[in-house]
Design a protein around this ligand. Structure first.
Ligand code: DC
Length: 491
């Protein structure tokens, strides 16, 4: 497996991590997540959250209330009204289920053998993920689990996938049990861990797997100190890279031709007229050669989003039908629109997009392929993943809201805003491709981008709650667009 070693990672000065950082640590049972997550929480002054303990607490409650581990509705009925608290105490965490301390009870072999089954139910996961997101939404946390980087916090500041060989993990668990004075059989332990690996990575809903933007650390041959040090440095890689962006900016700025400046002038006028607000990336610093991936709800999205990168030259993948219309076609081509035929795979568009990215230009795409219902971003099509795999270009997810209701002829019933997410870089892609083919990898990248849109939407709703207008129109569009999408993509 391709994985980072301490020497591969840059020496990063401490203090680069923002206060509201979210560090996501995923990996199989026994890979050392808890030890490292605790050490990182200490080192960076963050709160440690063990999501496995939450699934264990539910399993323990199910055991004591005689709810079967396969009874999804029964488990949800148990979980929904329950209070579940993780309270830091003297370097450890106290787990409280309905106010009762269950920290010891959740570590028994009975709980251990059933927890993967309990955690496999979609409705249980939905409730747990919502609780975990609420715990970490303000940031300042290290969260460990199986789906933190891929599902719970798709926009985490740092994502680490901690792996280790089965043998190394069995060794560790064996020692842990011995220290606690418990007799265990080595073969049984090996079987149990292999079993949990299989259940955790083969379940339908958010299975354990490498998030393509996670830094993979193989701890098999590492001492504890080396493991902690490697992960601490890994946490600083993305923030350190983000600090370097301004240097790139000065180069990119020189390349903007006059007709571009004119187009941006028009777009900015439009954005100002409608009162577009921008959140994130206010300085306009994007890496060179990156993909700007935006959700799509209205034909006004391209110029509105375009107005926010007036300091850059950006190629835009535009539907071929639009580029045939005068005067839009010739105008859009002047500002580097690339025509894409959406039925099937368009090799010419792909080659043009790749050439632009390889040349350090930026590419704006609407990876859902067509307009989607308001409030329901996704699904993201495989094109994004195909381009990412061919270029390794970083992706900046961007969420646009309100361009439907605010525009001429529409009503003024939702805020008009563009929210930038952090840059996603594909550290874990080669490791991901060891267990997945290229098509599966594209689907995983697409899913991650879709979850990034949903997370940016949730942030937008925190600033200004979803309006009645958006909710109602979203429902109507969901039905209407389903039919249109079948027509657009029929190949
Ligand atoms: O990390 P742990 O061994 O305490 O986790 C217990 C179980 O919970 C594990 O078998 C898988 C499940 N789990 C999960 O499905 N998703 C998480 N985010 C955390 C744990």
């Amino acid at each position: 497996m391709t994985a980072y070693r301490p020497t591969d990672l840059p020496e990063c000065a401490p203090g680069l991590l923002p206060e509201d950082a979210v560090i996501a640590i995923d990996g199989p049972a026994g890979s050392g997540k808890s030890t490292t997550a605790r050490s990182l929480a200490d080192r960076f002054g963050l709160l440690y959250i063990d999501t496995g303990a939450m699934y264990r607490a539910l399993t323990q409650a199910a055991l004591s209330q005689k709810v079967a581990p396969d009874d999804e509705a029964g488990l949800v009925a148990l979980l929904a009204p329950a209070s579940l608290e993780l309270r830091p105490s003297k370097g450890d965490v106290t787990v409280l289920w309905n106010g009762q301390d269950v920290s010891q009870a959740i570590r028994t072999p009975e709980v251990e053998s059933l927890v993967s089954r309990v955690a496999s139910h979609p409705a249980v996961r939905q409730e747990m993920v919502a609780r975990q997101q609420a715990m970490g939404r303000r940031g300042g946390v290290v969260m460990e689990g199986r789906d933190i980087g891929s599902v719970v916090f798709p926009l985490a500041t740092a994502k680490i996938y901690l792996s280790a060989s089965l043998e190394a993990r069995v060794d560790r668990r064996f020692r842990q049990y011995k220290q606690r004075g418990r007799e265990v059989n080595r073969e049984e332990l090996t079987r149990d861990l292999a079993d949990r690996d299989r259940q955790d990575s083969q379940r339908e809903t958010s299975p354990l797997g490498i998030s393509p933007d996670a830094i993979v650390v193989d701890s098999s041959g590492l001492s504890l100190e080396q493991q902690n040090e490697t992960c601490a440095r890994a946490c600083l890689v993305n923030p350190a890279l983000d600090l370097e962006l301004d240097t790139d900016l000065s180069v990119a700025r020189l390349e903007i031709p006059m007709h571009y400046r004119f187009a941006y002038f028009v777009f900015r006028g439009l954005a100002r007229f409608f009162g577009l607000k921008q959140y994130g990336n206010e300085g306009g610093a994007l890496p060179r050669g990156c993909i700007i991936a935006v959700n799509h709800i209205s034909m006004w999205d391209p110029p509105l989003v375009g107005s926010t990168f007036h300091r850059f030259r950006v190629h835009t993948l535009t539907k071929a039908e639009l580029l045939k219309v005068w005067p839009m076609g010739p105008l859009f081509r002047m500002i580097d629109s690339i025509a894409i035929v959406r039925k099937g795979y368009d090799a010419n568009a792909f080659d043009e997009a790749k050439a632009a990215l390889d040349d350090g230009q930026n590419l704006l795409i609407f990876p859902e392929g067509t307009r989607r219902a308001i409030g329901h971003p996704g699904p993201v099509r495989n094109g994004l993943g195909i381009v990412v795999q061919a270029t390794m270009a970083p992706v900046v997810p961007v969420f646009i809201r309100g361009s439907y209701g605010k525009m001429p002829g529409g009503s003024q019933l939702s805020p008009l805003e563009v929210t930038f997410g952090p840059v996603m870089r594909w550290h874990g892609l080669s490791a991901l491709l060891e267990d997945n083919d290229s098509k599966q990898a594209s689907q995983i990248i697409g899913k991650l981008c879709e979850r990034a849109f949903c997370e940016l939407q949730a942030r937008s709703y925190e600033r200004f709650a979803e309006t009645e207008f958006e909710r109602e129109l979203g429902q109507v569009q969901l039905k209407k667009f389903a039919a249109r999408q079948r027509k657009v993509f029929r190949s």
